[in-house]
Design a protein around this ligand. Structure first.
Ligand SMILES: Cc1cc2nc3c(=O)[nH]c(=O)nc-3n(C[C@H](O)[C@H](O)[C@H](O)COP(=O)(O)OP(=O)(O)OC[C@H]3O[C@@H](n4cnc5c(N)ncnc54)[C@H](O)[C@@H]3O)c2cc1C
Length: 371
């Protein structure tokens, strides 16, 4: 196919910066670059029409930490890295709110509750024993007074203890993505869906090859490809699928706010008089180590069982179900990977399961490396 003059000159013309991945990281990286260099030509491409990995498929938790995940993370990484990642998430959340406005992303600080049942008795005792130490470190790192508080009471069945974090909040994933996408468009950033990058070559002028046989020229290539990065470069990143269900609307919701359970493997919240529940990845960890955006019967029926037994206490119908792909460390480390791969090729990936808040910090950190 020959391209028209218009296509060549205005749609796929050479760019100063070409970003691969139209997720939260790619879009915010493009926005930050454009605000720093208003005259630069910037394009963001994606293999799908819009970002289709995790950014439009998550649960909308504005979260930064829960106690059992911190204790688990400390088994695989240094305390410095674990607390720095939490700090990046917390400060990222504030950046998201300030830049785009609570109203435009529907941000509400309803707080979060981690529940423990008899099955997690041991984890509960560990969490209570570590609470004071973790709070002391977090108050120094985040300048917050007592992030976690233990409470014994909870209306949900079989719960023997809870730990509250009043600083976490929830947002509307769809509204947030749309707001950020439109903001990028308003800055004249060229957003092009339907181009899958296969490879690139060149040192100062980079030629990017796509599956669609369209070649793009750029001075700087920035990969914001999260879970799908291993298809392009060899890094400590593994795709992990997460599945989500949303109930029918209910007159009376059994809970409000954010909930975590079982080291963060189960999480749920209210949205528009419904319960959104995600997780259970540990139920089939081998099967869920995949980048296929499909749902599986095993996980969906486990989520449905959990919803009815642990949350609603009665049968409910499920009206939505979907999956998304997270980028996790094979080493189980959670610090995002932000690095220069070649003189003009950069990577910002491995956002993990709490990447919404983190995305704003990562998009700022990669900018510092590029300019
Ligand atoms: C089910 C689920 C629930 C989650 N819930 C939460 C939550 O409640 N709170 C929270 O903080 N985090 C949550 N997360 C994690 C969070 O959504 C992610 O960490 C974050 O969205 C990652 O953003 P990203 O831009 O790095 O990646 P992505 O959104 O995955 O974007 C990467 C993009 O790169 C594109 N791409 C990849 N390879 C190529 C290529 N070769 N060529 C062209 N395009 C390419 C993909 O199509 C994709 O659009 C959840 C994730 C999932 C899956």
């Amino acid at each position: 196919m020959n391209f028209s003059y218009w296509e060549k000159e205005y749609l796929i013309s050479p760019s100063d910066y070409l970003i691969v991945g139209m997720g939260l990281v790619g879009l915010q990286t493009a926005i930050n670059l454009k605000e720093k260099h208003p005259k630069a030509s910037i394009a963001v491409i994606d293999r799908h029409g819009w970002g289709l990995g995790a950014s439009t498929r998550n649960a909308g938790f504005g979260c930064f930490a829960n106690v059992s995940e911190i204790l688990d993370d400390l088994k695989y990484d240094t305390p410095e890295n674990v607390y720095e990642t939490i700090s990046k998430r917390y400060h990222g959340l504030i950046k998201l709110q300030k830049k785009f406005g609570d109203h435009n992303i529907d941000y509400q600080t309803k707080g979060s509750i981690e529940i423990f049942t008899r099955k997690n008795k041991h984890e509960l005792h560990e969490a209570i024993d570590s609470l004071q130490g973790i709070n002391t470190i977090l108050s120094r790192e985040l300048d917050l007074d007592r992030v976690f508080t233990y409470k014994s009471k909870c209306l949900l069945p079989g719960v023997i203890g809870t730990i509250h974090n009043e600083y976490e909040g929830q947002l509307n994933t769809g509204k947030m993505y749309r707001t950020i996408y439109r903001y990028a468009q308003s800055l004249n950033i060229n957003l092009i869906g339907g181009l899958e990058v296969l490879d690139w070559n060149g040192e100062t002028q980079i030629t990017v090859k796509t599956k669609q046989k369209i070649q793009l020229e750029t001075n700087n290539l920035i990969l914001c490809t999260n879970a799908f990065t291993p298809n392009l470069v060899d890094e400590d990143i593994s795709p992990c699928r997460g599945q989500v269900i949303v109930s029918e609307q209910m007159d009376q919701l059994p809970i409000e706010g954010l909930y975590h359970y079982d080291n963060g493997y189960y999480y749920w919240r209210d949205i528009d008089n419904r319960i959104l529940l995600g997780g259970a990845r540990n139920y089939d960890s081998i099967g869920e180590t995949t980048d296929k955006i499909e749902t599986s019967d095993v996980i969906i029926s486990e989520l449905k069982r959990f919803m009815e037994e642990q949350i609603t206490g009665r049968p409910v119908s499920v009206e939505y179900q979907w999956s998304g792909i997270m980028g996790m460390g094979k080493s189980k480390q959670k610090m995002p990977i932000i690095k220069k791969l070649e003189p003009h090729v950069f990577l910002a990936a491995r956002l993990g399961g709490m990447g919404v808040a983190l995305s704003a910090s990562v998009a700022e950190d990669i900018l510092e490396m590029i300019v």
